[in-house]
Design a protein around this ligand. Structure first.
Ligand SMILES: O=C(O)CCC(=O)C(=O)O
Length: 433
């Protein structure tokens, strides 16, 4: 079998293409969509096998590019589905569909679906590795404000992880949220699970669906103060959302020490908002919010001003792309307040939080499925041959704190993923929600 070699006869592609992929993929695929990445990886594999049979190659167009050259009616969802951009995909909802538990199993596979194309035979490990490489991680937000006489970076602790959920995955999750909303409207969810505010003016409220615990935003009709109501029951976290949690822990977005056991789905109609607040300390840090349907800005500031219904002013605004996860921790969670001003288009977010154990609902039982989640370890799936140099498997192209990393700084060192911090903050929150 022919082996691709240079003039001196040295193999150009190592026999161990898994290791080769790990080493060079970040460089080779920078800026490419997932489909193209997969095609490229398939070809590298073929080269590694010594196969340079041109006839066996696909025509070189990933689905996106093939369609975009032939079909001008392509929806923005389709265009954005392969990571060339994080653009919005509003209006993509095509009706509700219930997600059965077997579908959820399927979703687990689908979670790496961007590279699941049938044209090549990448292993699940390779596909997961490729998807991980595409996650962007920005951890260097800075906005210095004077707080209690001291200058502090009020955004310390915030992290934005982009391209975590692919367009197909987002679509599935959005469909599921709509089916939950439908069930809520028909009183098919537990009483405090679903709540739809009575709207009397633009910029008021949003629909919420809560799982794991009943959270009280303000003193309720029974006189319960804001916080977790321990003797109230809501529905447990649905399997699809547990799959999302597992993804976030496995992909080093959430630490294993802070696996969420509750979540709130926020369904914003155009103009809906969430007013300035700091999340209640019945929930430990970090917590996170995942964005769907349309991009919006989230505002941060030690002092956010309310200008009118759904209108807020703050010092720092972060755009939240669809499919992204914003981690809130440290000052970003406890010194800065955050708010979402009236959204420009329909939007869904899911906020995942771990409850303080002392605040668990009385009937709360930990979910075994959310215990013992192992973070992805790239060495797990790689062949055991030792690298020729100690640094061979490291791709730390950008130094910590260097700005938008654009997904290509995935580093196989665990030090790249330090624990995201403790659950307590020295600074006490104001305006808890
Ligand atoms: O919708 C968002 O992204 C933010 C949600 C939020 O702040 C919350 O649920 O407390």
């Amino acid at each position: 079998m022919a082996v691709l070699s240079d003039d001196s006869g040295k193999r150009l592609v190592p026999e161990d293409s898994g290791q080769f992929l790990s080493k060079y993929i970040p460089f080779l695929t920078k800026g490419l969509c997932s489909d193209c990445t997969e095609i490229l990886c398939g070809r590298i594999r073929q080269l590694a096998l010594g196969n340079m049979d041109m006839d066996s190659l696909s025509n070189g167009h990933c689905e996106d590019h093939k369609e975009s050259t032939t079909d001008s009616s392509l929806t923005s969802l389709d265009r954005n589905s392969n990571s060339h951009s994080n653009g919005n995909y509003k209006n993509s909802h095509k009706g509700s569909s219930k997600v059965s538990s077997s579908k959820n199993e399927e979703l687990d596979e689908m979670l790496i679906s961007e590279v699941q194309n049938k044209r090549t035979s990448l292993s699940r490990d390779d596909r997961e590795r490729i998807r991980l490489l595409q996650v962007g991680r920005k951890k260097d937000f800075v906005c210095v404000e004077r707080v209690n006489g001291k200058m502090v970076n009020i955004l310390q602790g915030l992290e934005l992880h982009t391209r975590v959920f692919s367009a197909a995955e987002q679509n599935r999750i959005v469909d599921y949220v709509h089916s939950l909303q439908e069930m809520g409207r028909k009183n098919q969810l537990r009483e405090r699970t679903y709540s739809e505010p009575r709207k009397w003016m633009r910029g008021k409220g949003r629909v919420t669906i809560q799982f794991g615990c009943c959270y009280n935003y303000a003193v309720d009709k029974n006189g319960n103060p804001p916080g977790i109501i321990r003797d109230e029951e809501v529905d447990p976290i649905p399997p699809l959302f547990k799959t999302m949690i597992k993804r976030m822990v496995r992909w080093h977005i959430l630490p294993t020490t802070c696996v969420p056991n509750s979540c709130i789905v926020n369904i914003y109609d155009e103009g809906d908002c969430i007013p300035p607040h700091i999340d209640h300390h019945d929930f430990v840090r970090p917590f996170c919010t995942v964005s769907f349907l349309s991009e919006c800005n989230i505002l941060f500031g030690s002092n956010l001003r309310i200008l009118g219904p759904g209108k807020f002013a703050g010092s720092f605004s972060i755009p939240l792309p669809v499919g992204s996860v914003l981690i809130m921790n440290g000052n970003g969670a406890d010194v800065a307040k955050h708010s979402v001003p009236g959204v420009p288009a329909k939007r869904i977010s899911i906020t995942f939080r771990k409850m303080d154990t002392r605040k668990h609902p009385y009937k709360f039982l930990p979910d075994p499925e959310l215990e013992g989640i192992s973070p992805y370890d790239p060495n797990e799936s790689l062949p055991q041959a030792p690298p020729s140099r100690p640094s061979e498997l490291q791709f730390n192209h950008s130094a910590e704190g260097e700005g938008e990393t654009d997904g290509n700084n995935f580093c196989y060192e665990n030090s790249q993923f330090p624990p995201l911090g403790g659950s307590n903050s020295a600074v006490r929150p104001r305006n808890r929600r």
